[in-house]
Design a protein. Sequence first.
Length: 445
Amino acid sequence: MEETLKILVVDADEVDRIAVRSALTKAGVQMELSEVRDGNDAFSALSTTTYDCVFLSYHLLDQDALTLIQQLRSSEIKVPLVVLTAQGDEQIAVQLLLKAGATDYLSKSRISPETLTQVLRSAIRVYRAEMQAALANQQLRETHEQLIRKNQELERQQQHIQMQNFNLLEASQLKSDFLATISHELRTPMNAIIGFSQILLRPKFAQLTHQQADMIERILNNGKHLLMLLNEVLDFSKLEAGRLDLKAEIFDLSKVINLAVGEMRSLADAKNLSLLVQTDLQNTLIFNDPVRVKQILINLLSNAIKFTESGEIWVEVKELAENRVVIQVGDTGIGIAPKNFKRIFEAFRQVDQTITRKYPGTGLGLAIIDSLVRMMGGKIFLESKLGIGSMFKIELPRQITLSTVAGDALASPVDADGVFCSAKNHHQSSSQASKASIGYPKFKL
Ligand code: ADP
């Protein structure tokens, strides 16, 4: 052993103490050896100094080794202890001392340089290994307690988040219900305003001055506009609550397109915009919800007219492979920057979000279209360039399947194929647009 060991010998018998000392010296153990005669002296020596090993005679002057070991234990003094037993004491040593906490024992009759150094080394090794194990155990216990505490904290946080989630869902549900109720309630008086204005404008019904007719026409137009906004809010809240159903039937797509275009023509005329339609379908019949298809068209057309100051608006319908059709609505309007491609499909989002914005609207139109198209199992593509124009392409299956739940359509941006249904994939950038060759001669990006 390289290190100098501090060793304490506790024995009333001087001959025995000399035997231990000389055996250790002969064995060449580098040590600082202290000797005491009784248990009390041993206890005070061990209370003030740290020893590497104690050789302890079983019989002491004032007490036996067992009492001293228990005393050391209760004072939490830890040290490797080798009990030296007299002839015939081995049994007691094994039964009592090892159980009480001694590290090892050796019969005094067997003391020799070899046996003593062997016992000394193994006692120190065992003691150190025990200390390390105790330390590791302590660390494990602490880590375990920390983990339990963290787990409890996580559980608390999870409960808190669940609670907040629940509150949010409830608030969102309340908001949707409120929107649905209020827009529904407002529609009834609005229909009366529109209906009576129309009756008043009938020449047979009333003799109106030019000024009166003009005023009633304004009431009628504003009423219609307000009704359209209310319908958007109602649709949106229905989609959010998963309560909007598609009522599919077989109908003539070109007729619905002509109807929508017919309804929007006066608005285009008022802005001196040409409104062109090109239908290129071998079979014009499709299976879908005609009211919702028309709504999509009216919405796209009204945006195209709203955001175009000069030039033209066009609608083009074509067959696609795999029994699909594409409806394209294009304009030569202000265009949309690529960074806004995704945003404009989110509810209440507009490129110009200021209150003083030039173009009015709720910001719900495209969000509703996006959800409806997804419910129909279709996809929307956007191609646009600032200052040049925009084109919205709606790809639809000729025959829709009514499996999509309406609520999912708004809640998740993932379409039936699991494709992320946003600007990233479907609403193409303008650079992609030029490659996509949209094929209408009037529109060049
Ligand atoms: P709203 O038209 O009521 O504002 P939409 O959801 O229909 O709401 O459209 C969202 C936004 O997308 C619009 O505010 C506008 O900024 C942009 N947008 C939609 N269509 C066009 C278009 N044809 N040309 C330019 N910008 C458009």
